[in-house]
Ligand binder design. Structure first.
Ligand code: GDP
Ligand code: MG
Length: 179
């Protein structure tokens, strides 16, 4: 990156049920690693990574829940000012898919930006035991005006793409992208 280049900072959230792989997706995207023994709470509030999409440089501050999802609601400050949100479920866990509506309700309650861009991610596609079809994920995403992708934090599949498509949509949304 050249000195003097304009960098736009974006706040991105990762939400979803405990155990779906939010911290793992973040670790894969920011450090390109996977820890099979990832403990439930890693205590990290957010990670930063710079991404170039269509010639635009974005510094993503990606907020992880640090295990707070166990308490059912995150604090309003977690949601404040976010331009993008990644909502994750585990394709091998139907329950995590059924809870998506609750997460969207919470997001709508606390999000301060009405036009926040939402990406639905069906994680763990490397696993055999599927409980949620791709079709179900896609239908849910369409119904709620969300982008959609299936991914695996373990094999990397779809991870980079999920963040790139989210940022691409943020750039195209008036009022979200300001340099
Ligand atoms: P979080 O509670 O949503 O942050 O979930 P974690 O990132 O802590 O992951 C929960 C468990 O699922 C850990 O044992 C991870 O290693 C595992 N995991 C996360 N993503 C994947 C994936 O894509 N594939 C597989 N096979 N396991 C995953
Ligand atoms: Mg976590």
């Amino acid at each position: 990156m050249e000195e003097g280049d304009i960098l736009t900072t974006l706040k991105i959230l990762i939400i979803g049920e405990s155990g779906v792989g939010k911290s793992s997706l973040l670790l894969r995207f920011c450090e390109d690693t996977f820890d099979p023994d990832q403990s439930a709470t890693i205590g990290v509030d957010f990670k930063v990574r710079t991404l170039i999409v269509d010639g635009n440089k974005a510094k993503l501050a990606i907020w992880d829940t640090a295990g707070q999802e166990r308490f059912r609601t995150l604090t309003p400050s977690y949601y404040r000012g976010a331009q993008g949100c990644i909502l994750v479920y585990d394709i091998t866990n139907r329950q995590s898919f059924l809870k998506l509506e609750n997460w969207l309700t919470e997001l709508e309650t606390y999000s301060t930006k009405h036009e926040i861009v939402k990406m639905l991610v069906g994680n763990k596609i490397d696993k055999e035991k599927r409980e949620v079809s791709r079709e179900d994920g896609l239908t849910f995403a369409r119904k709620h005006h969300m982008l959609f992708i299936e991914a695996s934090a373990k094999t990397k599949e779809g991870v980079q793409c999920a963040f790139e498509e989210l940022v691409e949509k943020i750039i195209q949304t008036p009022g979200l992208w300001e340099t």
